[in-house]
Design a protein around this ligand. Structure first.
Ligand SMILES: [Cu+2]
Length: 148
């Protein structure tokens, strides 16, 4: 009995001291988000069509709490999700909404964006009903495109 109690205390303490690495909504191990029509290094002309691909999960509008779903976010010209100044916060508390973090809370799976001439980075991130990345986060690779 004592051994079980000790084991429980030990397990509890792991949870207490572990920093949160992501939100609380689980994602399937095989879930994947990707750019359908853009590759790293592409040269494009504005306005730019961006099509979001998702496999292993479904799209649901923001606010819809349903297992194995989420909505798309496009990260523009910033470090990869979880990197940079607010990296830990965005994984735990969710993504801000601004020019660098575009939400598709309506469940959209594509967008046409206008970007200035020059090089830009893009990354897709799936967010749960509350705009928080899943645990494990479902993210695309960061791609760099050059706009004419
Ligand atoms: Cu969102």
């Amino acid at each position: 009995m004592k051994l079980i109690t000790k084991a429980l205390i030990f397990v509890s303490s792991i949870y207490l001291v572990s920093p949160a690495l992501a939100g609380e909504t689980a994602s399937p191990a095989d879930a994947r988000v990707y750019f359908v029509n853009l590759l790293d290094g592409d040269q494009v002309t504005a306005p730019i069509s961006v099509i979001f691909g998702l496999s292993g999960m479904g799209v649901a509008p923001a606010g819809t709490e349903k297992a194995n779903t989420g909505h798309h976010h496009l990260l523009v010209d910033r470090p990869a999700l979880g990197q940079g100044e607010d990296g830990a916060d965005e994984l735990e508390y969710g993504l801000p909404s601004d020019e660098q973090h575009i939400h598709f809370g309506g469940g959209q799976t594509e967008v046409t964006i206008d970007l200035s001439s020059g090089q830009h980075s893009l990354q897709l991130v799936l967010g749960d009903y509350a705009h928080t990345p899943h645990n494990r986060p479902v993210v695309s690779e960061v791609i760099h495109i050059t706009v004419d």
